[in-house]
Design a protein around this ligand. Structure first.
Ligand code: NAP
Length: 484
């Protein structure tokens, strides 16, 4: 199977924050891979912009180093790398002043798609939007890409939406959530809406519950200041886990078109019940032998910010009433993994008797580390000795099913940046979605802040606080093992 690459028209892409961590690790390597794949027509141009003084040659060296460090395999393609570096430019520029803006405006072509990637701290988003307008770059062909976090509560998200919308139409604003760019997340939609098999069972009559886990092994080192002001709820659950929940729970849109998909996601968020205090568990990782605890990391013994959160969410609509959604995410856990598990109900009657045991179908969508979809089915254990049942996976890992094509499943940033250039907003969050997500999250955060709750301490390398296990045990259910 050979995948088709459709080149996009020539474009200008400006990466504000072009010297930053995200640009080095993700954006620049992703652009290079798309270049190698043949997706950029002659004339495409990539411009890094930041305050650091540099000329094109120095920035090209910087980009070469970044690609070498974060995508060594592709960096070996010297011919493509040299050609790619030729389309890379740099402008020294200050978002908060006038330095560099004329030079940038002079570099950008007026009559083609221009994308401005705001890969800078959120406090600069407004300045960038304002300067783009002042210097005549906010025309109808302009698109802006906004990184997370999009606000820290409903009022700041509304203020940011208002600032951006002063000079850009909603159709020009791309709020990025890189989880939505993952191949498996899109496959989830293909599996749900491209097959007859699942959709009739996709409701509270057949689904017992859904679990969404995003577990990290790293702590907050390097991001202490940002993280301590944010916490797991704001940093992960309000956006990434909520988006996954929407894709699982939404009704089939009439068409796979941006607003049709986003309308359905929005309805899910609006149907979420408020979360009760006893349905939330917050935690902070403790010290490991040689690794500091969360409190030591952030240097504040009184910090009440959570590095782990688990909640039981309920969606009040016809499809999902009675089927809980359990969500958890945290740092310094047992393994780095992100998965969604759709756990189906038991068969109504076992003809094989009690000794055959209880068996359940589970559809698992793994986002990392190895993207794939697995359906657990019950079969007879091979061999003589009666009807013993076991659960085995019907596996659809991309590596096996797609052969050589799977060797390079495009990274989320590759897909999302190309979607910006193509003008496809399906995988980006709309303003009302972001605001609805905060409107649901704010009271949850306010409730624990009002109570003055301290997060529970959990062991590094564990599955989080034992109370999070109890969140499911008390319902007669259990979390799936956090596995590599
Ligand atoms: P970073 O490493 O601190 O980089 C910030 C960039 O902004 C640098 O290139 C910096 O360059 C530039 N900058 C700072 N002040 C500026 C100004 N006044 N004018 C122009 N440029 C300025 O941050 P990052 O980790 O790349 O994160 C960038 C954004 O992506 C943030 O919103 C972050 O929340 C988000 N994000 C990051 C990650 C990640 O993995 N890193 C993941 C998800 C989201 P100079 O100092 O040269 O100006």
């Amino acid at each position: 199977m050979v995948s088709r690459v459709i080149p996009v028209d020539p474009f200008d892409l400006v990466v504000f924050g072009g010297t930053g961590d995200l640009a080095r690790r993700k954006i620049l390597p992703a652009l290079f891979r798309r270049f190698c794949a043949g997706q950029m027509e002659q004339g495409a141009r990539i411009v890094g912009a930041a305050r650091t003084e540099m000329d094109d040659a120095a920035y090209r060296f910087f980009v070469r180093e970044a690609i070498g460090e974060f995508d060594a395999a592709h960096a070996r393609d010297q011919e493509n790398l040299a050609a790619f570096l030729n389309i890379v430019h740099y402008v020294t520029l200050d978002a908060r002043g006038n330095t560099g803006w004329k030079a940038l405006a002079g570099l950008i072509s007026p009559n083609r798609v221009k994308a401005f990637y705001f890969s800078v701290g959120p406090s600069l988003f407004g300045d960038l939007a304002e300067r783009l307008y002042e210097f005549g770059m906010a025309d109808g062909q302009a698109r802006i890409v906004v990184e997370k976090p999009f606000g820290r509560d409903l009022s700041s998200a509304k203020a940011l939406n208002a600032t951006l919308s002063k000079h850009f139409d909603e159709s020009q604003i791309y709020r990025i959530d890189h989880y939505l760019g993952k191949e498996t997340v899109q496959n989830l939609m293909a599996v749900r809406f491209g097959n007859m098999l699942f959709e009739p069972l996709w409701n509270s009559q057949y689904v017992d519950h859904i679990q969404i886990t995003v577990a990290e092994t790293v702590g907050v080192a390097g991001r202490e200041e940002y993280y301590d002001r944010s916490g797991a709820m704001r940093d992960m659950l309000q956006n990434h886990l909520m988006q996954l929940l929407c894709l699982i729970a939404m009704e089939p849109p009439a068409k796979f078109e941006p607003d049709a998909v986003r309308d359905e996601k929005l309805k899910v968020i609006r149907a979420l019940d408020p979360v009760e205090g006893h349905d939330i568990v917050r935690g902070q990782y403790g010290a490991d032998e040689d690794k500091p605890s969360y409190l030591e990391h952030v240097g504040d013994p009184y910090s009440t910010t959570e590095s782990f959160v688990a909640i039981k969410a309920r969606i009040s609509n016809w499809r999902w009433a009675g089927t809980p959604f359990y969500l958890r995410t945290g740092k310094r856990l047992k393994a780095r993994t992100s998965e969604i598990a759709v756990v189906f109900k038991d068969a109504p009657h076992s003809i094989f008797g009690a000794e055959a045991g209880r068996h359940r179908n589970i559809l698992t969508i793994v986002l990392q580390p190895n993207e794939g979809i697995e359906l657990g089915v019950t079969i007879k254990e091979p061999g003589p000795g009666g009807m013993r049942l076991i659960d085995v996976p019907l596996d659809m890992s991309f590596a096996e099913a797609l052969g050589p094509d799977a060797e390079h499943v495009p990274d989320a940033y590759e897909r999302l940046i190309m979607d910006v250039i193509r003008g496809n907003q399906t995988l980006f969050m709309r303003c009302d979605e972001v605001e609805a997500a905060w409107a649901w999250t704010d009271p949850v955060i306010a409730s624990w802040e009002k109570r003055g709750d301290r997060p529970l301490v959990y062991d590094s390398g564990s599955s989080g606080p034992v109370e999070a296990l109890a969140l499911m045990h008390r319902d007669g259910r259990r979390w799936r093992e956090i596995r590599k």
